[in-house]
Design a protein around this ligand. Structure first.
Ligand code: SF4
Length: 341
């Protein structure tokens, strides 16, 4: 498999030795295929390292250790031409559609900027056609959207415009960091459906970063569950959510509210989440404090990722009878699924 994006042994440490260091991301490796568009969710509570990962993947910060490669080139040592390719082919959608809009500009301006910058069209008519196509692709009516100011549109419409803006550049990969958390619950599903449709119709891969396991399940092929900067579990989303193998994933799945008359509310005890980051040199399972199955070995060494099936990997000693995933590259765990989907 040739890789579009490769994350190789990425570790991010904040702070200094005198005041104390915390590990936001701990030796994370995975890749996104260049050949087959995928939809991968990266899920975790606050403090799990999701936002740090998004910043590193978008080139906003360099990791302390490891590197991120796009089309084989190290993002942080890329030539000007490679950086331009990256800026065009990798687009971001952020949490708060309200923040990114200048209230004094009409929607048209937001869409015209990338068209001008990347010379996507020449002349007013071609620009207008391009904007109309992008808006239609995300389910907006151009005649009801263009010419308006942000305050004249709903939050859901504004978030769709950011998606349309990303789409103008015909990206290969969209990194969507909590794209629907500020949108009304009633609109979340339709916006996520739009993202999924873009994945299928335009062949765009998505990295969907979220705290919300339910929406991750709705739209994704693969999932990476992060806990305090490390991968707890990964694999095909269907199997991870339906049969979670890591005690942390089990806890997350058990806390999803379900309309099940057989299940009494409060039946599942959900321990308070740890939101502090991991310390440098923490030499045990990071989930040991919360885990109902903790064993002596869990307090002594960090569990590696065990390959529990062709499309699964779990960092937990409960599965230590199977082989470990080579070099911690979790892409191996869901490659099988991506290739088959
Ligand atoms: Fe629990 Fe041990 Fe597994 Fe960590 S390694 S999740 S403490 S059983």
């Amino acid at each position: 498999m040739s890789a579009l994006l490769e994350v190789q042994g990425v570790t991010q440490i904040f702070g200094d030795k005198r005041r104390g260091q915390v590990v936001a991301l701990d030796n994370l490796s995975f890749s996104i295929s260049d050949e087959r568009p995928s939809f991968t969710a990266i899920v975790g509570e606050s403090g799990s390292g999701k936002t740090t990962l998004a910043r590193i993947l978008l080139g906003f910060q360099s990791p302390t250790i490891g590197n991120v490669r796009y089309r084989g080139s190290d993002l942080h040592h890329a030539s000007g031409r490679e950086q331009e390719t990256f800026r065009r082919e990798v687009q971001a959608i952020f949490q708060d559609p309200f923040e990114v809009y200048n209230p004094f500009y009409k929607v048209d301006h937001l869409l015209e900027v990338p068209i001008r910058k990347f010379q996507l069209a020449s002349g007013r008519a071609a620009t207008r056609t391009l904007m109309a196509e992008a808006l239609s692709a995300v389910g907006l009516r151009p005649e009801e959207t263009l010419g308006r100011y942000p305050h004249q549109l709903s939050g859901g419409q504004r978030q769709r415009i950011t998606v349309a803006r990303a789409l103008l550049l015909k990206p290969r990969l969209i990194i969507a960091d909590e794209p629907v958390s500020m949108v009304d619950a009633s609109l979340r599903a339709t916006i996520l459906e739009t993202l999924r449709k873009l994945n299928q119709d335009f062949g765009i891969s998505f990295l969907y970063i979220t705290h919300d396991l339910t929406t991750a399940y709705q739209v994704s092929d693969n999932i990476i569950v992060l806990y305090r900067g490390s991968v707890a579990e990964t694999g095909a989303v269907e199997r991870v959510i339906k049969e979670p193998q890591h005690p942390y994933t089990q806890l997350l799945v058990a806390s999803i509210p379900l309309p099940d008359p057989e299940r009494r509310w409060g039946e599942t005890v959900v321990a308070a989440p740890r939101t502090d980051a991991a310390r440098v040199g923490e030499d045990r399972c990071k989930f040991a404090d919360r885990c109902p199955y903790v064993m002596p070995i869990c307090q002594e060494t960090v569990p590696p990722l065990y390959r529990t099936a062709e499309d699964r990997a779990v960092a937990c000693y409960l599965h230590r009878e199977v082989e470990t995933v080579l070099e911690g590259d979790i892409s191996q765990a869901f490659r099988q699924y991506s290739a088959a989907s």
